[in-house]
Design a binder for this molecule. Structure first.
Ligand code: AMP
Ligand code: ZN
Length: 469
């Protein structure tokens, strides 16, 4: 196997990846809380995990990939207070919690498919693993790590040596500085809920019996219990967004290592955030960007994938429609190159040393902590290299695309997006928006405007496409 370097948050260093079991990788990624749509920031994290998965696979590893679905217990605040996001979502939409969980899970899976994010081996739902979560809380109780308050069972973080090592938390500083902020019943600021009791004055839609009373699991325990059930006590890789480092992943480590008395995860990888012009993209702001919104504006999910490829996963990335436009242009150019090469793919001799040269350079980039940005630049360099014939170029491009995931093999002429003027694209996007808002009169007017400009708009399952009249 080739050497693969990954940046481990635990050590803050790039490390040579060595799997627990030769040739195999067990990896757990924290999934969505299905109370609302995932925004394009969330999708950046799942995209980064997809690149990781593809890089592992092209290196010859068989990957068992778990991506969980949080359908209970994620509270509004990281302090174990406030409402359950799922119950709030159900109230907002006047539906049952189970209905909104199902709806948003389906939309999420559809978005992953549109983004060419490979489906995980397992998508466990927190509500299907209640029994395992209760068993883990019992295990922690038996080992003396828990205490019970008026509202739940808590993990006593002062009992776990090395608490906060992932985030390098200054526990003493936290204790001294912020004592006033936390619930009086918590013994330490960093203690967190393992099991929450149902409120006495209102009925929850999701609640279960437990040895401590009727209630529901804390958010962190689901990942510890489900990863243990599906991947074992000690596994190779755990991922998520950077926001998970100080609380969620820190608490997963404490629970899992305290109960299993084994090292939990060998490599922790975290993706940086996608930012909006006014800061962090977040669902609590109300309005947020979804993949569907980009598609309604006339972008293809691959334009967004290409846009994400331009920045390393450990760097912050600012979203803008101008930058997405740029990605669209580059991606359409790439598609056209590939189509032209396919047309010219006559029988010609392949010089393996040409192919080897590019692929070995490609591996050195992707195996250096997933540097797809440089790998993409290499793809372009290769496509412009006059020393290669079309057959060689196609072969190299298709091999590289196993990591890029653009689906270059499947590109066909009828898919070709023409060089559509910005103004036409804008009007077509406005028409799609009008249609979505059921303003058919406006949609028709805009269609007529497009015809007058010489363009025909055709609805497709992913949005629309344009043809010259
Ligand atoms: P959630 O549904 O809020 O639990 O988030 C799902 C995933 O998206 C988690 O791994 C988060 O860390 C990640 N995430 C949340 N916001 C962003 C953002 N703005 N950019 C990138 N990843 C994010
Ligand atoms: Zn998790």
């Amino acid at each position: 196997m080739r050497e693969l370097l990954l940046f481990n948050t635990l050590t803050r260093k790039k490390e040579v990846f060595i799997p627990i079991e030769s040739g195999k990788v067990r990896m757990y990624c924290c999934g969505p809380t299905v109370y609302n749509y995932q925004h394009i920031g969330n999708l950046r994290t799942f995209f980064f995990e997809d690149i990781l998965r593809r890089v592992l696979e092209i290196n010859g590893y068989a990957v068992t990939h778990v991506l969980n679905i949080t359908d209970v217990g994620h509270l509004i605040s990281d302090e174990d207070e406030g409402d359950d996001k799922m119950e709030l979502g159900a109230k907002r939409e006047n539906k049952s919690v189970w209905e909104i969980a199902e709806y948003y899970t389906n939309v999420f899976k559809k978005d992953l498919e549109r983004m060419h994010i490979l489906p995980a081996t397992h998508n466990p739902k927190a509500t299907s693993y209640i029994h395992q979560q209760i068993a883990m809380v019992r295990c922690l109780e038996e080992l003396g790590y828990t205490y019970v308050t008026g509202d739940g069972v808590y993990f006593d973080t002062s009992k776990f040596t090395g608490y906060g090592k992932l985030a390098r938390l200054d526990i003493e500083g936290l204790e001294a500085g912020e004592r006033v902020e936390f619930s009086v019943e918590k013994k330490n600021k960093t203690d967190f809920a393992l099991w929450k009791f149902s409120p006495k004055d209102s009925q929850r839609q999701m609640e279960w019996e437990s040895p401590w009373g009727k209630g529901f699991p804390g958010w962190h325990i689901e990942c510890s219990a489900m990863s243990k059930a599906l991947l074992g006590n000690n596994f190779d890789i755990h991922c998520g967004g950077v926001d998970h480092i100080p609380v969620h992943h820190t608490n997963e480590i404490a629970q899992s290592e305290a109960c299993n008395r084994e090292k939990f995860v060998n490599y922790w990888l975290h993706g940086e955030f996608l930012l909006e012009t006014d800061g962090k993209m977040s669902k609590s702001k109300g309005e947020f960007l979804t993949l569907q919104y980009l598609m309604d504006k006339g972008f293809h999910p691959m334009h967004y994938r290409y846009f994400l490829m331009n920045t390393h996963y450990r760097k912050k990335l600012n979203f803008s429609f101008e930058a997405l436009d740029g990605a669209r242009t580059s991606f359409e150019r790439l598609k056209n190159r590939i189509l032209t090469l396919k047309d010219n793919e006559k029988e010609r001799k392949v010089d393996n040393s040409n192919i080897e040269k590019y692929l070995s350079s490609f591996f050195s980039k992707i195996n250096d902590d997933l540097n797809v940005t440089e790998a993409l630049a290499l793809l372009w360099e290769m496509l412009k290299d006059n020393a290669l014939n079309p057959v060689e170029k196609i072969e190299i491009a298709f091999e590289m695309d196993k990591v890029f995931g653009f689906g270059l093999k499947d590109i066909e002429h009828e898919d070709e997006v023409l060089d559509v003027p910005d103004e036409v694209m804008q009007i077509a996007g406005q028409r799609m928006e009008a249609k979505n808002q059921q303003d058919y009169k406006k949609a028709d007017d805009l269609r007529n405007q497009l015809s007058a400009m010489g363009w025909k708009v055709i609805d497709t399952k992913d949005g629309f496409k344009l043809e010259k009249l």
